[in-house]
Ligand binder design. Structure first.
Ligand SMILES: NC(=O)c1ccc[n+]([C@@H]2O[C@H](COP(=O)([O-])OP(=O)(O)OC[C@H]3O[C@@H](n4cnc5c(N)ncnc54)[C@H](O)[C@@H]3O)[C@@H](O)[C@H]2O)c1
Length: 375
């Protein structure tokens, strides 16, 4: 396999541009074995396409994703479109013989996720799903500490993602607020993959879920002088249980679009009898760790710029969203090239399907007001 990989993007909106940003500074990765460049972009909207014209490596701009997929120059396709389009577009990418970095939630519902995962398997293509926050240094440390098993008996786990962007009722509705385009799972589809990635990778798979789902604003301005119905879930708290070393351990997943004071907060807390770890992007360079001793004492560590893949950036500088997004892409392309080694990888199709199984059970739990078992 040549070490040059050409990327095509389908959906040049918020996230499509983030990919362009990550690929445009690929050279900051130090001695990385794969050269990645953005070659083609597809978006229905001309205004969105035009933004990519400033990127010198982009040679193909189109409104038709089939034209992008027909290009022999494109090796890997990243798709970032509304959720109701995931299944059809992801299947088209695989049929065209391209590898796929899919956006979450990997299909609008469980049945779509299963169909994409099955197509990924039969096609033999390399497929992963996006979830970038675990590639920050703090989550990497939390993952390492949990994996080393030095926390004693694990007492509880709390993992989540909080926004406050929807607190303002005058914010216009968009596709993320409606079941037909975002999915019945609502905020779980929007933010859930971020919350489950690290626990799932640690093998912490819920056996049971009791869900509290909230719909706060039922309509919003439609941007044309009227009002539009908003029928997705705004906030979700999933109380789950895992089996760990012969004990039942509670894991709470929180996904909220209405979380006062939060812009884009990813967090994890793992508490055990001998130790604990706590990280939040609210304090992006701080890792809190606990070790049982005579005094009850949490220690604060200032983290540097140490992602899984070395970069030219100084080790004492602070990382942010564009950095973890670049690291996620590095993990995707390294794994595709068989060079991930022992590093943390992107969400697999199996993990994505498992997340949908959890969210489908959460919908059932909320409907029936009882805990639902998961296989
Ligand atoms: N990883 C993350 O942190 C993160 C953050 C936000 C959104 N997302 C995910 O990314 C995806 C897109 O979200 P977004 O916020 O970028 O949306 P967006 O609305 O900003 O952009 C979507 C783009 O897709 C284009 N589009 C729609 N149908 C198309 C088609 N058939 N062919 C080509 N282009 C088409 C639209 O014109 C639009 O420009 C969703 O799956 C969402 O859940 C991920």
């Amino acid at each position: 396999m040549s070490n040059k990989v050409r990327i095509g993007i389908i959906g040049g909106g918020l996230m499509g541009r983030e990919v362009a940003s990550a690929l445009s500074r690929w050279f900051v990765l130090d001695n990385f074995p794969v050269q990645a460049e953005l070659f083609a972009v597809c978006d229905l909207a001309e205004k969105q396409r035009e933004w990519f014209r400033a990127i010198p490596t982009v040679k193909l701009l189109t409104a038709d994703h089939r034209e992008l997929l027909a290009s022999p120059e494109v090796d890997v396709v990243y798709v970032a479109v509304p959720h109701h389009l995931h299944e059809a577009l992801y299947l088209d990418v695989l049929k065209a013989g391209k590898d796929l970095l899919a956006e979450k939630p990997f299909g609008i519902d469980l049945s779509a996720a299963r169909s994409i995962a099955a197509a990924a398997k039969t096609s033999g293509r390399f497929v992963r799903c996006s979830s970038e926050f675990p590639f920050l240094p703090g989550p990497q440390q939390a993952y390492r500490i949990a994996r080393e098993g030095k926390l004693g008996k694990v007492l509880e786990i709390h993992s989540g993602f909080h926004h406050s962007s929807d607190l303002d009722p005058t914010k216009p509705a968009n596709w993320k607020r409606q079941v037909k385009t975002c999915g019945e799972i609502g905020v779980m589809g929007d933010l859930g993959m971020h919350a489950v990635h690290v626990p799932f990778r640690l093998g912490w798979n819920p056996k049971r879920v009791y869900a509290q789902l909230q719909k706060i604003y039922h309509e919003r301005p439609d941007g044309k002088g009227g009002m539009a119905a908003c029928d997705t879930w705004d906030n979700a708290t999933l109380h789950t249980e895992i089996d760990l070393d012969g004990a039942e351990v509670p894991v709470r997943f929180e996904m909220k679009r209405l979380a006062p004071g939060e812009t884009n907060t990813w967090f994890i807390e793992i508490l055990g009898t001998d130790g604990g770890v706590r990280y939040s992007t609210k304090e992006p360079k701080t890792l809190w760790t606990f070790q049982r001793g005579k005094k009850q004492n949490w220690s604060r560590t200032d983290l540097g710029f140490h992602g899984p893949f070395p970069t030219i950036t100084g080790g004492i500088f602070e990382p942010g969203f564009p950095d973890c997004f670049l690291q996620m892409w590095a993990a995707f392309l390294a794994e595709r090239a068989g060079k991930l080694e022992s590093r943390f990888g992107c969400v697999t199709p199996e993990e994505a399907v498992r997340s949908h199984e959890l969210f489908a059970a959460a919908l059932q739990s909320h409907r029936e007001k009882r805990a639902i078992g998961l296989d």
